[in-house]
Design a protein around this ligand. Structure first.
Ligand code: DAH
Length: 340
């Protein structure tokens, strides 16, 4: 029977409890002394082999020690928990008085801004905004617009052909036909939209860009009406008193057809490098809707007449913001886009 030294067991346990740096250490100490297989439990179990007197005395001491150790472990555990809670508070402390970080807000692309501005001006003049498909049939993109098969006029539009005789629309004009098929005049519509051309890019050409088509039909609509509306549109858009002039031109879907020039916004007509010293800038194609186009849409040319026009949207963006290369509009370069 080895000598049972309660005193030294107490000293050792006390010291180890005191030195415990965290709850895991402390748990280790508990197991070492107080678990079923712990040192103190062994002592208590061995008591029954002792003579009665000794047993009572030692038993009392051992039991007191057990209560005592449990108590100081409990106290130490509280202390350690308190410390670790404080550490967490310090580490995860949040200053709720700091002003919140502002979300980064973008803005509309200059092309979209201008497109919306154009729509608004036309809407104020009684035009409705209409859309059409970007994937078209040859019928709507060419035939119905009075552009005969194999006619050299088709070369005016460099076309991306798709499978099943479909194509990417080369202009917004096919939407004229689609609208006339389903709606009875009188009406005024504009059709902003994306179009595609199979051609090389340079400072003034992209293989995809935006057009804004216009169509006004009624019993009596004249080229003079067209001139008044378009001049008013440009005046409102550029906020300058500009003039337009109409030159004869050819487009198969109109007769007569015109090319529209506007007072150069840079020199206001005096003549400068931007307008090639002419004082005018070319703005769009237009004309009086061809009788064949009305017929192809199911309308009687004897009852209805009107004008149509088609202008490039990028052109206006570039003039408005003095941008000298169309490709900037499609690069998604934030250094460029943030300026608008
Ligand atoms: N669709 C023509 C083009 O893309 C532009 C155009 C010219 C539209 C005359 C018209 C028009 O409505 O009357 O080149």
């Amino acid at each position: 029977m080895p000598k049972i030294d309660i005193k030294s067991l107490e000293k050792r346990a006390e010291k180890e409890i005191k030195n415990s740096k965290n709850l895991k250490d402390l748990d280790g100490v508990y197991k070492k002394y107080l678990d079923k297989k712990g040192e103190l439990s062994k002592v208590l179990r061995s008591l029954k082999k002792l003579p009665e007197v000794k047993r009572t005395k030692l038993g009392k001491k051992a039991n007191e020690l057990k209560v005592y150790l449990k108590k100081i472990i409990e106290q130490k555990s509280k202390k350690l928990k308190e410390i670790s809670r404080k550490q967490v508070y310090e580490k995860e402390w949040i200053d709720i008085t700091i002003p919140a970080r502002k979300p980064v807000l973008g803005h509309l692309h200059p092309l979209t801004q201008v497109k919306r501005e154009m729509e608004e001006i036309f809407q104020l003049m009684g035009f409705s905004v209409i859309e059409g498909p970007e994937m078209e049939t040859e019928w709507y993109n060419f035939d119905a617009l009075n552009i005969p098969k194999d006619h050299p006029a088709r070369d005016l539009w460099d076309t991306f052909y798709l499978k099943n005789r479909l194509l990417l629309r080369t202009h917004t004009s096919p939407v004229q036909i689609r609208y006339m098929e389903k709606n009875n005049p009188p009406f005024r519509i504009i059709v902003p939209g994306r179009i595609f051309r199979h051609e090389a890019t340079d400072a003034y050409h992209e293989f995809n860009f935006y057009q804004l088509e216009g169509l006004m039909l009624d019993k009596q609509v004249s080229a003079a009406n067209f001139k008044a509306i378009i001049e008013e549109f440009y005046r409102r858009f550029f906020k300058k008193s500009v003039k337009i002039r109409m030159r004869p031109s050819y487009f198969p879907f109109v007769e007569p057809g015109f090319e529209i020039d506007m007072t150069c916004t840079v020199c206001l007509g005096k003549g400068c490098p931007a307008c090639g010293k002419t004082g005018w800038q070319e703005m769009m194609g237009a004309g009086m809707v061809h009788p064949n186009v009305l017929k192809n849409s199911g309308l009687n040319p004897k009852n209805w007449q009107g004008f149509a026009f088609g202008m490039g949207v990028e052109r206006l963006v570039m003039m408005k913001y003095k941008i000298n290369d169309i490709r900037f509009l499609y690069k998604n370069d934030l250094r460029f886009l943030k300026q608008f």
